[in-house]
Design a binder for this molecule. Structure first.
Ligand code: PTJ
Length: 247
């Protein structure tokens, strides 16, 4: 579909188009399109731009990824389809592993995602070799199957667009969890250690830039209060709504 450059919401429509292409290519499932629609609604509320609270979370996420020994980026269909090059680049900058992990799991879709990421520059992708499969205890969804060399042994896991059950299970396993979630009210957003309330498409690029800059510095992790930062996200949404309501 041709989206006119002058369309006021061209950026959002381009992102939507990417996801539809991902669906047609077998990377994304129908439910992924719905999840994206929910994200779009929240993106509207934050004004479709990266907010101050998101920048604070992004900086903290970059530091944590750089400071930890064994970071892993968990990739689902939506994320693979929306930012394949950024996943590969971020993994390189922060020295993280990449693991495919699906909620609506199928071997066929996993393989499609792996070859798509490889075409976008990824070398090794975990989560597809059954010899290394391990189960996350007390988790019933397909997301419980993880790679021994990846998420199972990670100290920090970046889980963009994640479901709440696994976030809780990962926390119980002692992992630090970073997420991208446009919905600050979601269970994942609420229980993660660092929640980046931003569109993963915008936020990933900033996370890469910040990680590249911070990599050259001596880092110390600050005390980051995710709850307080999430409150700020809600306040900023509320302010946006008030501004529009009373304009
Ligand atoms: O590929 P699979 O099988 O692993 O499935 C992936 C989805 C995303 C379908 C699955 O993980 C799922 O159902 O996720 P949820 O529980 O709907 O959660 C997705 C969250 O991501 C929601 O809170 C959305 O608001 C948010 N979201 C959607 N699109 C974006 C987003 N957050 C950031 N950037 C987006 N582009």
């Amino acid at each position: 579909m041709l989206i006119p450059k002058t369309h006021p919401r061209a950026a959002s429509l381009h992102i939507r188009e990417k996801l539809v292409q991902g669906y047609r290519a077998g990377l994304v499932i129908e439910e992924g399109l719905m999840a994206h629609g929910r994200g779009e609604a929240f993106d509207y509320l934050i004004g479709e731009k990266t907010s101050k609270n998101a920048l604070r979370a992004l900086k903290e996420a970059a530091k944590l990824l750089l400071l930890t020994e064994n970071p892993v980026i968990s990739v689902n269909g939506n994320v693979a389809s929306l930012c394949p090059k950024e996943i590969v680049k971020l993994a390189k900058v922060v020295n993280a592993k990449i693991e495919v992990n699906l909620f609506y799991a199928s071997e066929k879709r996993k393989k499609t995602i792996v070859s798509f990421l490889k075409r976008n520059g990824a070398k090794q992708i975990l989560g597809v070799d059954p010899r290394f499969s391990r189960k996350i205890p007390r988790l019933d969804s397909a997301r419980r199957i993880v790679d021994k060399r990846g998420i199972f042994s990670a100290d920090v896991v970046l889980v963009p667009l994640e479901d709440g059950d696994r976030t809780i299970a990962l926390k119980k396993l002692g992992k630090k969890v970073i997420t991208f979630d446009l919905n600050p009210l979601s269970r994942t957003a609420q229980v993660a250690d660092i929640t980046i309330v931003d569109n993963v498409v915008r936020g990933m690029r900033i996370l890469i830039e910040m990680s590249m800059k911070l990599k050259k510095k001596k880092l110390v992790a600050d005390k980051f209060n995710n709850r307080k930062n999430l409150s700020q996200a809600l306040v900023e949404m509320n302010n946006n709504l008030r501004r529009i309501a009373y304009a």
